[in-house]
Design a protein around this ligand. Structure first.
Ligand SMILES: C[S@@+](CC[C@H](N)C(=O)[O-])C[C@H]1O[C@@H](n2cnc3c(N)ncnc32)[C@H](O)[C@@H]1O
Length: 328
């Protein structure tokens, strides 16, 4: 399989993964709404408590990121929001570790906690590594009598080095603006008309499911064929489906067993559809479609693997100082 789903708490699963091993991270975590999300195919909780576990995580964060901890302590009012944010900060720190120097992280959120999440990302990645973002208009307006409805989400993008800018620039995607020769490459765009209709065949009944077409935009903007895409809160597996369809390798993690089951089922269905199509086409004399490498060798590439050769090139580039730390 070109995609793999791992069940468990994302930060813990990530601790077992090697550093600099993924080319793109997209995450659509709980938004800190303090509600339980329930669908036909699964549920997850977005409620957080300031309990002993949260306090111990906060102490852990304070020793690793003292400045960020004091900023968040001053900025957040409700203890339950602190309980949410401390988990996000510790997750971002693990994500930064597994992200390749030339890769990018795409964080999807709404305005419930977006200001604090930006603070947290700036604290963990460095404000100079923010590379802009995307606004996604996720649905038609549903204003209430008292207020305008919340109809857009924000996707913040961060890259660790100048090489991340060059890589984005290479994709020639409409979401990527600027020129690395002139110093600036930013992700900037507004995406409209890409939402899942209530009756869409794509819907699997998992709450807050995102459209595959939306993920295809982000993956096309950030990666090349054969790259590794990680979604540490993968839910129903939308990112993995989009990445596999596009010839990328993908790894998903989710704390919900229901989510993992749905994601694996979607991937299996896609695999059997692709195989069926290939058989039908080979009957007509066509060639089998090109497939991405497997994720079995995701972190231990064989020397004959093209990706291994790329990694060797990457290592030389790292030692030659190409991946400068500051994303200027
Ligand atoms: C907003 S949903 C993701 C929806 C997904 N993008 C989709 O299209 O189906 C957030 C997911 O994060 C998962 N989650 C929450 N806390 C987690 C944790 N600590 N580790 C891993 N997954 C977690 C939830 O189970 C839920 O499936």
């Amino acid at each position: 399989m070109a995609a793999e789903v791992r069940h468990g708490d994302a930060a813990s699963v990530l601790r077992a993964m090697p550093a600099a091993s993924v080319d793109m991270i997209y995450l659509d975590p709980p938004f800190g709404t303090q509600v339980d999300w329930v669908g036909k195919a699964g549920r997850f909780s977005d409620k957080f408590k300031w309990d002993d576990e949260s306090k111990s995580l906060w102490a852990q964060m304070t020793s690793a990121h003292p400045v960020l901890a004091s900023i968040l302590e001053g900025a957040t009012v409700a203890p339950r929001d602190r309980a949410y944010l401390v988990r996000m900060v510790l997750l971002f720190a693990e994500l930064r570790r597994v992200l390749h120097p030339a890769g990018t992280l795409w964080l999807h959120c709404d305005d419930t906690m977006s200001a604090y999440l930006r603070l947290a990302l700036d604290g963990v990645f460095g404000i100079e590594r923010a590379m802009g973002g995307v606004i996604w208009k996720r649905t038609n307006a549903h204003n209430t009598a008292r207020s305008f409805g919340r109809v857009h989400d924000s996707i913040f993008v961060y890259g660790l080095t100048r090489a991340a800018k060059w890589r984005l620039h290479r994709t020639r995607h409409p979401l990527i603006q600027g020129d690395p020769c002139e110093g600036a490459v930013v992700v900037d765009g507004f995406i409209d008309k890409l939402f899942l209709n209530p009756t869409s065949k794509e819907r699997v009944g998992y709450p807050t499911q995102k459209p595959v077409a939306l993920l295809e935009q982000f993956i096309a903007a950030a990666t090349m064929a054969g790259d590794v895409v990680l979604d540490p809160t993968c839910g129903s597996g939308t990112t993995l489906v989009a990445a596999t369809k596009m010839g990328r390798r993908a790894i998903g993690i989710d704390a919900s067993a229901d989510a993992c089951a749905v994601a694996r089922r979607r991937l299996a269905e896609m695999e059997s559809e692709t195989n069926g199509k290939a058989c039908r086409e080979s009957g007509k004399g066509s060639r089998r479609p090109r497939r991405a490498g497997s994720v079995g060798d995701l972190f231990e590439p064989a020397p004959h693997d093209e990706r291994y050769r790329n990694q060797q090139t990457t290592r030389h580039a790292v030692s030659a100082g190409f991946y400068q730390e500051a994303a200027d």
